[in-house]
Design a protein around this ligand. Structure first.
Ligand code: DQA
Length: 359
């Protein structure tokens, strides 16, 4: 893990932007986050471009998580060093570089990186480490379903006869992307599923109601075309479950698995996320709970300890026909994203038996 100029002052530097955690604390966290996914994390920080380059060219490593600081925006030398190192690099920015000064939107190192994460605070390092770990476990191909960078999905294990299309959450916000579902994608692929881990346009980068739903529907159709599967399940988490449920209205043959799903947008959630998604539109029209046109077999899974999306969001929707509710005692909002932590392993067998009932 490599941090560039000024990141040594984390915790002190502009805490309203970068938070109060110090770099040594981040390093410690990263070592434990790495251990969870069997990665040994070595850390390095320098304020000097040449030293960063020397380190990239001489160190022995399998992949790198790099926050190049301001060098992001102009260091072609760092871009070239990442290419020369020849190892997968994940670019991380603690702050939301997309909504700050315009010049921070441009990254000259991004083309030398396999993935970019920003705007998630120091948790960005957590997700970057996990992305590196999971991408190394099983090969995948990224296919486009439209002319924009966000209209893609990662395909794994395409020879399988059942397909899971995964739709990530993050309250529809742009800084949350499909790496959230990497663990689930790899776990399901290991169980003999083809998986398509879908990206779509999100609020802040062109998405919102109803465009994000249209993207998801198009992506699902493209994934179904790319894999000749006998059974298809749509698996969405949180806001991704909301999008999956809505998209499924026009995909009558598809079963839906809603994990900690949002079904009712008349309730405000995620600190203004619902209002940001709707931008003045009618919440009932955008709520699976209040629409009448759901025929698809649906399994709703919700942890009893979920403090982000209340369990009643699933329970109320489950009252309709062809729907089943599975409450997971002790489950929080995020356990679905951590296949290595056990609770997921209990739930996944229920998902598999639900899918086996689909035609
Ligand atoms: C940063 C964003 C850069 O624009 C800035 O120059 C930094 C930190 C971040 O982590 O948000 O130094 O990379």
């Amino acid at each position: 893990m490599v941090n560039g100029p000024n990141l040594g002052t984390l915790g002190v530097r502009e805490p309203e932007i970068y938070g109060s955690v110090t770099l040594p604390q981040v390093h410690e966290l990263c070592r434990s986050w790495g251990a969870e996914v069997q990665l040994e994390v070595d850390t390095y920080q320098s304020n000097h471009e040449g030293e960063l380059i020397d380190r990239l060219l001489t160190a022995d490593f399998d992949g790198v998580v790099i926050n190049p600081g301001a060098l992001t925006h102009y260091s072609y030398a760092l871009h070239d060093a990442l290419l020369a190192a020849g190892k997968p690099a994940v670019e991380v920015h603690i702050s939301d570089v997309w909504t700050r000064e315009r010049w921070r939107r441009r990254s000259v190192v991004a083309p030398a990186c396999v993935y970019t994460i920003y705007g998630r605070g120091v948790m960005g390092y957590h997700w970057a480490i996990r992305h590196l770990a999971f991408r190394s476990r099983m090969p995948f191909r990224t296919l486009s379903y439209g002319p924009l960078d966000d209209l893609v999905f990662d395909l794994r294990n395409t020879d399988a006869t059942r397909l899971a299309v995964l739709v990530h959450g993050g309250f529809w916000r742009h800084q949350w992307t499909r790496d959230l579902m990497d663990g689930m994608a790899v776990d399901l692929a290991g169980r003999g599923w083809a998986t398509a881990n879908l990206e779509y346009r999100r609020v802040g980068r062109g998405g919102g109601w109803p465009l994000s739903v249209d993207d998801v529907e198009r992506g699902i159709r493209a994934a179904i075309d790319a894999v000749s599967a006998d059974q298809v399940a749509l698996i969405g988490h949180s806001a991704g479950a909301h999008l999956a449920l809505l998209a499924s209205e026009r995909l009558p043959d598809v079963g839906v698995v809603s994990l900690a799903g949002i079904t009712d947008l008349t309730e405000e959630l995620g600190d203004g996320a619902v209002a940001g998604f709707l931008r003045g539109a009618d919440p009932r029209a955008a709520s699976p709970l209040h629409r009448r046109s759901f025929e698809n077999p649906t399994l709703l899974v919700h942890g009893t300890l979920d403090d982000r999306v209340p369990p009643h969001q699933s329970a109320r929707f489950a009252a309709g026909p062809r729907r089943r509710l599975l409450e997971v005692p002790g489950g929080d909002h995020f356990f679905f994203l951590y296949p290595e932590r056990g609770l997921w392993q209990e739930v996944v067998s229920e998902i598999e038996s639900f899918v086996s009932t689909l035609r």
